[in-house]
Design a protein around this ligand. Sequence first.
Ligand SMILES: Nc1ncnc2c1ncn2[C@@H]1O[C@H](COP(=O)(O)OP(=O)(O)O)[C@@H](O)[C@H]1O
Ligand SMILES: [Mg+2]
Length: 262
Amino acid sequence: MGVPAEEKIVQPDALRVEGLGKRFGGLEILKNLTFTVRHGERRAFIGPNGAGKTTLFNMIAGDLQPTAGDIFFFTENITRLPNYQRVRKGMVRTFQKNNLFSELSVLENLLLVLQMKTGTGRVWYRIRSRRRFPDIYDLADELLATWGLAERSHTLVKHLSYGEQRQLEILLGIATEPKILLLDEPTAGMSNQETQQILKLLQQMPRDLTLLIIEHDMDVVFGLADRVTVLYNGGILLEGDPRTIQTDPRVYEIYFGKKGGV
Ligand SMILES: Nc1ncnc2c1ncn2[C@@H]1O[C@H](COP(=O)(O)OP(=O)(O)O)[C@@H](O)[C@H]1O
Ligand SMILES: [Mg+2]
């Protein structure tokens, strides 16, 4: 329909999950999940506590083996690949708080990630000098400026606010230049202002980065996601664009229909 032929080249989906299931002992936490995420899409996963959202991310990232089904990264079946091999391919989840070095500065934390990525320096924990490795420092400065942490560059991580620490975790994730970035509740425990800041940061991410985010804050979900998947009772209750999800009575029921739903 008016689309030039050369634009019809079909891009492979960034992620495809087929018949995925997870049992813990006798409990079937997730069953027969099937969905795809397009390249460059921003997909939010919502659902009540215990719905299995984190379990799903654990399986996608390779921290947990599924008991059924397959996971495809672009066209490659990665179901059996260990976590570190997925990271190398560009499947990255945010660094958890305890992965930050609290006695090092913001800049030093970032330099360690960049050194690892560029293979600079044989000893991973030794920070190289600006004199000998100006390019890495320039890149670090640029990233910190872009992500609003330039003024905190020389602050020790332990002196950052909680919100700033979470922001740094996301930045370290981005610094590895992933193809798919998984964020599990990046705004948990944050003030409104910090949440808005994270939302702004996420909105500025490159459009070819495929972003999967578990999030409870609906301002973030609807301010960011191209599509939303609702997990409930071990399966996908609904998937659609934000408008569809926002107005679906079943989603309303899950979140507001009963006490303690979220
Ligand atoms: N390692 C585990 N062993 C046993 N049960 C688990 C394990 N991890 C998660 N669960 C259970 O799986 C269910 C889904 O948990 P989770 O994925 O953390 O949900 P969500 O992130 O949506 O809140 C919960 O009932 C939880 O207790
Ligand atoms: Mg969770």
